[in-house]
Design a protein around this ligand. Structure first.
Ligand code: SF4
Length: 366
């Protein structure tokens, strides 16, 4: 038996014209096979290999003729991110370090949950939103990730988490890693369509959440996307414009009134709620008055609140509130009829918790 040599996925350079098949929606694959003089159903076969079975090598597409596989391999490859390391925290959270072809480091996090693994994926290298409590915001945006790079994080996550559990993993995907997803709108929406495609991974929209810092026009645009259901999470973190402007500069462009109006317009599917993320910063936004104002702001909105006690990172000027303060804040919301959960921080030991992405520990933990 001869073993095919590995395809040179990462050896190509930025000028290499090789096409990443993960960049192509089904229509793109149809054009590609048409150019090769092949029948349209070949595109669907390739699509299934890529997104249902998650193959990494064109040679593994065994129901496609060898000559076609050879021609495909001469002009295309699968995946633009190379897994360089996996850092595992004591709590089982794993941070995947992925290298792009042009030398950027992309991080995605696999979080073990009771019901399976959640993948927190990135949409940009760095981020331009500049949220004060977030390490990624310090990095400024280097570039958007491409559709293929977003989908490739899912493929890497499937290989790592799915192989172990035997279940289709990751079970849930949250667009909450590095970057503002709605600042990379086209690629993110294309990725959502790919992940939900009935011939691909066919992930239920219930299991995919997109988080935004509050780009109002993009929220409205997402709401109007035909045939796309999305769970929306909004990183709110403040209860007055003055406070939010200090924490999240995006508020200057889109103040709370405009943001909340957009959230009220957003179509939340039956029996679902939107998620309001609220990072609790000691002495900044964790007072009883903040809790009361938050309840007023959310009045009439089908939403639940996810409280995230701040995860410190070196050089940050914020502190994590004591547990008792977090519990008080949560109770205050619940007493007033707002569902509020406290998200347990996962992956802090490897810089994989919320707001910590972008910091790569030099050594693996013991
Ligand atoms: Fe960007 Fe999100 Fe960090 Fe804000 S919290 S800087 S939007 S990655």
């Amino acid at each position: 038996m001869t073993v095919a040599p590995p395809e040179p996925v990462m050896e190509r350079g930025p000028d290499n014209p090789s096409v990443d098949l993960l960049e192509l929606p089904l229509e793109g694959l149809e054009s590609l096979v048409a150019e090769l003089g092949e029948r349209p159903y070949r595109a669907l076969q390739i699509f299934r290999w890529l997104h249902l079975r998650g193959v990494r090598r064109i040679d593994e597409m065994t129901d496609i003729s060898r000559p076609l596989r050879a021609r495909l391999a001469s002009l295309a490859h699968i995946g633009g991110l190379k897994l360089s390391d996996v850092l595992e925290d004591a709590d089982g959270t794993r941070k995947m370090l992925l290298d792009s072809v042009d030398g950027h480091s992309v991080e995605a996090v696999l979080i073990p949950m009771e019901v399976g693994t959640t993948l927190c994926l990135s949409t940009q290298v760095g981020c331009n939103m500049g949220c004060e409590f977030c390490l990624t915001g310090r990095l400024r945006k280097q570039r958007n990730l491409t559709l293929g790079e977003i989908v490739d994080q899912v493929a890497h996550g499937r290989r790592i988490a799915g192989d172990e559990s035997g279940r289709p993993e990751p079970g849930n995907i949250v667009f909450m890693g590095m970057g503002e997803p709605l600042d990379n709108y086209e690629a993110v929406v294309a990725a959502l369509r790919l992940l939900q495609h009935s011939h691909g991974a066919s992930l239920s929209s219930r299991r995919i959440t997109v988080s935004t810092a509050g780009l109002v026009p993009a929220i409205d645009r997402l709401a109007a996307e035909p045939d796309l259901v999305v769970n929306l999470a909004v990183s709110l973190n403040a209860t007055t414009n003055e406070q939010r402007e200090r924490l999240m500069p995006v508020t200057r462009a889109y103040p709370l009134e405009a943001l909340l109006a957009a959230l009220r317009r957003f179509p939340v599917p039956q029996r679902r709620r939107m998620t309001i993320e609220y990072v609790l910063l000691a002495g900044v936004n964790d007072s009883p008055a903040d809790a009361r104002r938050l309840v007023r702001l959310l009045h009439g909105l089908r939403a639940k609140v996810n409280l995230l006690p701040f995860n410190p990172w070196p050089g940050s000027r914020f502190a994590r509130p004591p547990d008792a303060r977090v519990a008080e804040f949560q109770e205050s919301l619940q007493e007033r009829g707002v569902t509020a959960t406290v998200r347990q921080s996962r992956g802090r030991g490897v810089g994989a918790a919320c707001g910590q992405l972008g910091e790569i520990p030099r050594e693996k933990p013991e």
